[in-house]
Design a binder for this molecule. Structure first.
Ligand code: ADP
Ligand code: MG
Length: 1020
């Protein structure tokens, strides 16, 4: 069917369904153990039900289960009866022969199977149909029973939304009989989007869902992390950000749609492929003609159209409109919310819209524009002019489009919709030459529009386009006549080009400074100087400080508080980098209060960014996350959720990673990525996700993320950011990955390249972790060489191996020497850097003179562990504990080893740090140390009286108890509303309550939010 209709390329690996696979495995485990077990899997077409089930089946098959699969076909109600079961039997006959199948049944009674498959002979047409049916059901049950005696059976019934009545009955019968049917897992898949209100599968699902052994899962669309990975897997290379954004915007994380939209050359098809269009339009075409007419109108309105607006456009009274659209809602084509309708999927709208005739399209857009023109209140507040401009444009009314775009650009700027403002200004410029008296019509010059467009591009983080606008504007301006204006444009272009790395910002900044010497436009000079301090080759050096200080004093003189705040932030950065975090925090506090006092809201965002960054650097993880969260809220208010907001999301996720709250970190990362953040933010978010994946043992995922980040960095050599906050964490991740894969040589190559390519000494914050892991790569190398010396046998290989080992050992020694030298030169401030430094010392056996570093290995690792404990980093703590245990073991202290190992095991288990847990287990086994087996469930909330709540659920519950709604919770925790609602349902289920009020009461009753008793691990 679908699968055979196009030449799509699929991803060779299953992306982002690890949890669902695990659930299926658990269900199979229950069946293996002899219990009843069934799984009902819903999801929209193309979401990956079949793929998931087939990957699961393949694994189950390899593990010895017998997999029987059959699919229902889309043939209307009177199609093949029992189609999936006929398929199952056919497969069995192919495998065992008809006689083999018959041999499984008492007295070879396969007669009823003849109705399904001719191989079983003539069907008995004489028998009473009801009796025959009952016999067939019994025989199927017996067959499964016999098969399951030999090995566990997985029975898969696919696409049950197409099931005929008989198939539904038989499936219900088998699942209902499972308590007497050992060793069988029944898996049923269905398209949940096709289950309209009266669909016959609905009552059956509800009924089955009430059985205790039946579980339901709904496959969600892929989140941004996995959607991007899918694109990379399909095309075999990392997608550029544009492509990734476009695919995500249109496919919305549906794997089939992603595949369909990607052409064979890895690009994006602008047209909808035929097969996809058919799939998307199938449900639409089944609707009454009047409903389809209304859908066509709605498709011109966009993904969502308000009820009143659609009523005005179609000329229908409200009730008639509701009645006309009801079939579309019932068929799951549209979703209705309080006062509007949205298409269930963006591509359905696209398909309907594409189907419009050109004249029809123009007519509809004209109608929308007119209606909005007469009553802007029909659009959401502030959106009237913007939408009107959109419709005039697509109605091909050039003059109307130009004027309305200009007006709408102002409205968009006012509403802080920066990306839209940019689009609209670009449209004004695009139409300029087609409208003879453009300047008169809008009352503004071409130059002014260009300047505004350049500024909007800067805010919307579209540097390439901004540079083009700024350059065009600079051509139209006479610097001698208007030096300040020209200087500001040069500054804008410099800032923009620092974001692309393709142009050197200094030429522009120098030219700008010459245009505004002291005394000529000091406000402009202050801004140029501030830029200069940021973009100097050595941003934290003396020259940078001088520029920032002059900017600060000029801004003070002219009373430009915004620039003042930003200059203070810059100075704080310099302080934190070169001297003292405490001083940096003081300066930032000063900047914050100035910004608050004077309402300098955008500069205030810089304060949030810098403050959370510094706090995280000194191990104040909780505070860092908290400051970054408040920053995000402000960024949102300022229309900068996508840009500064997602930067701040990095600063929320980073501390969560340190604190070991990885689920939360991933939620934050997903949410930020879904906003299509600028390249660098995306990069940093992915590196953090990669680090989590690595620690959890998802090497494939970590590898994909590291590769994606590496490709993105290669494409964008951001000159201004070579200081390492992006590169060094990536190097850390890549080294960790190589170590996890046991490729020490790769790890050391990455490290050698890092030493060559970066001035590590200048960037202690990000360099210390790199040094520590680099030391590990060297130390581990030595250990391997030693092992091999003991185990190798044959003489010839011995020589070759020996010389290779010698070379490797020399390389490791050499590298270690360089690392030591760097460590000796590098500053170390604050508890986090200190902990990394002590780890480095323990790893290399040579610590700084003032520490226990020179002592025995156990003491050195204990010192590192204590430092990580102080820095509140449970993962690093667990690693240090494990190394300390190894050292204790080597020193013959078994008790000491066991104690440390136990602690490490506990931490690794809580964190879900699987590879670390395995390493701990290996040591425990080989040394025969008793370490308590891993506990079920994880999350720091263990030990709380709450029944199995994760740390995140615990936080959500706190907000529920405080009376917050799902959108409020989502905003507060920086997760999607959908995620929030999933948490809430899980919490209600775990607490065994049916509503939020009850949940709050339960939390209260269990005293969940009172401080934990002393000595108990807190939920943080
Ligand atoms: N998680 C995934 N990772 C990679 N490819 C996927 C994933 N889910 C689905 N696909 C691909 O998307 C396409 C549609 O998936 P399919 O399982 O047929 O969807 P469904 O059965 O839900 O309609 C297939 O080509 C499948 O290989
Ligand atoms: Mg399918």
């Amino acid at each position: 069917m679908l699968e055979h209709m196009s030449s799509r390329i699929s991803s060779p690996v299953l992306v982002g369904r690890a949890e669902h696979l695990a659930e299926l495995d658990a269900a199979l485990g229950r069946a293996r153990a002899g219990g009843p077990s069934a799984m009902l899997i819903g999801g929209e077409a193309g979401i990956g039900k079949s793929r998931l089930v087939s990957e699961f089946a393949a694994t189950a098959g390899r593990a010895g289960a017998r997999v029987l699969a059959g699919a229902c076909l889309d043939m209307g109600t009177d199609g093949l009866l029992f189609a999936p079961y006929a398929g199952v039997l056919r497969e069995l006959v192919r495998d065992l022969g008809a006689d083999g199948v018959a041999a499984l049944l008492p007295s070879h009674a396969t007669r009823e199977f003849a109705r399904l498959l001719p191989e079983f002979g003539e069907a008995d047409t004489e028998a009473d149909p009801a009796v025959a049916r009952a016999r067939l059901f019994e025989q199927m049950l017996t067959l499964l029973e016999r098969l399951a005696e030999a090995s566990p059976v997985v029975l898969i019934i696919e696409d049950a939304h197409w099931a005929d009545r008989s198939t539904r009955d038989l499936t219900a019968f088998l699942i209902g009989s499972q308590p007497v049917l050992d060793g069988v897992l029944v898996v049923v898949t269905y398209r949940s989007d096709e289950l309209h209100r009266t669909h016959p599968l609905r009552p059956l699902l509800a009924e089955l869902g009430r059985l205790s052994w039946v579980e339901r899962m709904e496959l969600p669309r892929l989140g941004r992390l996995h959607a991007d990975e899918l694109v990379a897997r399909i095309t075999g290379r990392e997608p550029g950000p544009r492509l990734a954004d476009e695919v995500y915007l249109r496919a919305e994380g549906n794997p089939l749609f992603v595949e369909e939209l990607l052409c064979c050359d890895g690009g994006l098809s602008t047209e909808l492929p035929e097969s996809l269009r058919d799939l998307l339009l199938a449900a639409v075409q089944r609707l009454p003609e009047q409903t389809q007419e209304l859908l066509r109108a709605a498709s011109a309105g966009g993904q969502r159209t308000g009820h009143a607006l659609l009523a005005a456009v179609t000329g229908l009274a409200g009730d008639d409109l509701t009645a006309g659209l009801r079939p579309a809602v019932a068929a799951n084509v549209l979703r209705a919310d309080q006062d509007g309708y949205m298409f269930r999927h963006a591509l359905i709208r696209e398909a309907v819209y594409d189907d419009l005739l050109p004249g029809e399209r123009t007519r509809l857009h004209t109608r929308f524009a007119e209606v909005l023109g007469s009553d802007a209140g029909l659009a959401a507040p502030g959106r009237g002019p913007i939408e009107q401009a959109h419709h005039w444009y697509y109605a091909h009314d050039v003059a109307g489009a130009l004027v309305s775009a200009w007006q709408a650009a102002a409205a968009a700027g006012h509403a802080l919709a920066h990306a839209e403002q940019l689009t609209l200004l670009a449209r004004v410029l695009e139409l300029w030459d087609k409208v003879p008296d453009a300047a008169e019509r809008i009352g503004a010059s071409h130059l002014l529009v260009l300047e505004q467009a350049a500024a909007a591009a800067q805010t919307a983080d579209e540097p390439e386009r901004g540079i083009a606008f700024a350059s065009a504007a600079l051509k139209e301006i006479d610097p001698a006549a208007e030096p300040v204006r020209a200087a500001l444009l040069l500054e804008t272009r410099a800032t923009l080009s620092s974001h692309t790395g393709r142009m050197d910002p200094h030429t522009d900044l120098q030219a700008a400074l010459e245009l505004v010497p002291p005394g000529v436009g000091d406000a402009a000079r202050a801004r140029v100087l501030l830029s200069e301090s940021k973009h100097l080759a050595e941003p934290h050096g003396l020259q940078g400080r001088a520029a920032a200080e002059e900017a600060l004093s000029l801004a003070q003189q002219v009373g430009d508080t915004g620039t003042q705040v930003s200059a203070l932030c810059e100075l704080a950065c310099i302080e934190s980098h070169t001297a003292s975090d405490a001083v940096a925090l003081e300066i930032l506090a000063q900047a914050r209060s100035l910004a608050r006092r004077t309402g300098a809201l955008r500069p205030l965002l810089h304060v949030f960014v810098n403050e959370s960054h510094v706090l995280e650097g000194i191990g104040e993880h909780e505070r860092a996350a908290q400051v970054a969260r408040s920053g995000i809220a402000s960024a949102r208010d300022y229309g900068l959720a996508r840009t500064t907001g997602t930067f701040l999301a990095i600063n929320v996720a980073e501390p969560l990673v340190s604190l070991g709250r990885w689920d939360e970190a991933i939620e934050v990362i997903e949410h930020a990525l879904a906003l299509s953040p600028p390249q660098l933010n995306r990069l940093a978010l992915r590196i953090l996700a990669g680090e989590i994946a690595l620690r959890r043992g998802d090497l494939d995922g970590a590898r994909a993320l590291a590769a994606a980040a590496r490709a993105a960095l290669a494409r964008a050599p951001y000159i201004g950011h070579r200081e390492g906050q992006y590169y060094l964490p990536l190097i850390h991740l890549e080294t960790g990955l190589s170590l996890a894969q046991g490729s020490l040589a790769d790890a050391r190559d990455v490290m050698a390249a890092a030493i060559d390519g970066f001035d590590l000494v200048r960037d202690p914050r990000y360099a210390w972790p790199v040094l520590a892991i680099g030391a590990r790569a060297c130390a581990a190398g030595v250990a391997v060489t030693r092992d091999r010396a003991v185990t190798r046998d044959r003489a010839t290989t011995r020589d070759r191996t020996a010389s290779r080992d010698r070379a490797a050992a020399e390389q490791a020694d050499d590298l270690l020497g360089q690392l030591r030298m760097l460590a000796g030169k590098m500053d170390c401030s604050g508890p986090v850097q200190r902990a990394s430094q002590l780890t480095f010392a323990a790893e290399t056996g040579a610590g700084p003179a003032d520490t226990a570093g020179a002592g025995p290995a156990v003491a050195r690792w204990d010192a590192a562990a204590a430092a990580w404990e102080r820095a509140v980093d449970p993962y690093q703590l667990a690693v240090a504990m494990l190394r300390a245990a190894e050292a204790a073991m080597a020193a013959g202290d078994r008790d000491g080893a066991a104690g440390r190992l136990r602690r490490a095991a506990e931490l690794a288990d809580q964190l879900g740090a699987q590879p670390l847990g395995e390493e701990i287990g290996t040591l425990a086994r080989s040394a025969r140390l008793a370490v308590r087996a891993g506990r079920q469930g994880r999350g720091p909330a263990e030990g709380r009286p709450a029944p199995g709540l994760t740390a995140r659920e615990f936080e959500v519950l706190r907000l529920v108890a405080a009376g917050r709604s799902n959108p409020e919770i989502a905003a507060e925790l920086y997760i999607s509303t959908k995620t929030a609602s999933v948490h809430v349902s899980n919490i209600l289920a775990k607490l065994g309550v049916s509503g939020r009020g009850e949940a709050a009461a339960a939390a209260h009753r269990m005293r969940l939010f009172e401080p934990a008793p002393a000595g108990e691990a807190g939920a943080g």
